[in-house]
Ligand binder design. Structure first.
Ligand code: SF4
Ligand code: SF4
Length: 77
């Protein structure tokens, strides 16, 4: 699968969020397989790495809804 490197401004904006994986992760690797940015590793449990752009595509494929986005931009609202 082709992996993308992206300085895309839209993706840079999304980096104002971080992505976390909660304890319900069962290590199925669907997220790692679907991520276009090579942003997640799975060794027993998924771990988001620095390539992640918070696009949340992986969350759509997670069977346990284990992947969440946390907004770091306190000016929201
Ligand atoms: S949110 Fe998920 S699919 Fe998107 S870049 Fe991060 S790890 Fe990859
Ligand atoms: S898809 Fe969900 S359950 Fe599967 S490894 Fe990724 S975070 Fe864990």
């Amino acid at each position: 699968m082709k992996r993308l490197k992206s300085p895309d401004p839209y993706l840079e904006k999304m980096k104002k969020s971080i992505v976390v994986v909660d304890d319900s992760c069962v290590g199925c690797s669907f997220c790692m397989l679907i991520c276009p940015y090579d942003g997640v590793n799975v060794l027993g449990k998924a771990e988001i790495n620095d390539n992640c752009n918070a696009c949340m595509k992986c969350s759509m494929y997670c069977p346990n809804s284990s992947i969440k986005k946390i907004n770091l931009d306190s000016s929201e609202g």
